[in-house]
Ligand binder design. Structure first.
Ligand SMILES: Nc1ncnc2c1ncn2[C@@H]1O[C@H](COP(=O)(O)OP(=O)(O)OP(=O)(O)O)[C@@H](O)[C@H]1O
Length: 269
């Protein structure tokens, strides 16, 4: 799929992802996700906020098909992931990328940054992403990708251990966008970073989303970060979506009582 420049608020855009009535129970009977349904449109950032243990990561792992759900439907670009064979699923999964909380865990410490960065492009036999200047030279493609996340090309020969957490997270973001996925799941992408770096990474993600028309599911326990990033946000409590709102509706007096509790906890503006 080609990324396109577009208005992020454009509700005429097609759905990239739709979840219908997704349930997940862990061994021992704990219901982490209880009948969740939602959709994400192309070019949209949908925020998911909720306190620790509310089921956000479980939901993310279910939709990335890293975790088997009990029941429900997951449609990616109108393909029913819940009906695919394992082989078909491996192919379809490539249309989704994820950036997780811990940048260190995302890299093989024995691979150079260049090799880690180019892994998805090589695996998927893809060439130069359409949003870069055309090139067939791997090093040039990798340098351009790093440039998109404001890192110098001299990082390419280094190993993950030689980069800071913030730099590694930027490489993880560059790697996620390299194959022009339909959806990027960002699961607490700044939670392990220094406060001074968090805002920079959020700004970078928002800038890339707007320029490249990316679709994000942005997950965080921090309501202010979710509000900053997302056109629409969902509030999750004990495995359920208890509130959904757009932009400034967050401050409406009739919000769910749990949303109000979160608003009181975080400095949202
Ligand atoms: N592998 C597992 N086995 C059993 N229970 C689990 C497992 N993973 C998560 N849980 C439980 O499911 C619930 C939801 O966990 P989950 O990690 O999805 O929440 P979360 O909202 O992402 O939390 P956090 O913000 O702390 O990451 C929690 O009660 C957790 O203890």
């Amino acid at each position: 799929m080609q990324l396109q420049l577009l208005q992020t608020s454009d509700l005429d855009q097609p759905e990239v992802l739709r979840l219908k009535n997704v349930w997940k129970t862990y061994h021992g009977g704990h219901q982490a996700v209880k009948g969740i349904s939602f959709a994400i449109r192309r070019g949209e950032c949908l925020g998911l906020v909720g306190e620790s243990g509310s089921g956000k990561s479980t939901l993310a792992r279910c939709l990335l098909t890293l975790e088997r759900m009990d029941k429900g439907e997951i449609w990616l670009n109108e393909r029913p992931l819940h009906k695919l064979t394992s082989f078909q699923l491996r192919q379809a999964r490539r249309e989704m990328q994820a950036v997780f909380q811990s940048p260190s865990a995302s890299f093989n410490s024995r691979l150079t940054i260049m090799d880690s960065l180019l892994e998805p492009i090589r695996c998927q036999n893809k060439g130069c992403p359409s949003f870069l200047d055309k090139s067939t030279n791997e090093r040039e493609i990798a340098s351009q990708l790093l440039e998109k996340v404001h890192l110098p090309a001299n990082c390419l020969n280094r190993y993950p251990g030689e980069l800071s957490g913030g730099q590694k997270q930027r490489v993880a973001i560059a790697r996620a966008i390299s194959v022009e996925p339909s959806l990027i799941v960002l699961d607490e992408p700044t939670a392990s970073l220094d406060v001074s770096i968090q805002a920079k990474v959020l700004n970078l993600l928002k800038d890339l989303q707007e320029k490249l028309g990316l679709s994000y599911l942005f997950i965080s326990h921090d309501l202010s970060a979710v509000h900053f990033m997302s056109q629409r946000l969902m509030v999750m409590q004990q495995g359920e979506i208890v509130d959904v709102c757009e932009g400034m509706e967050l401050f409406a007096p009739n919000r769910h009582s749990y949303t109000k509790q979160l608003l009181a906890l975080f400095d949202v503006n």
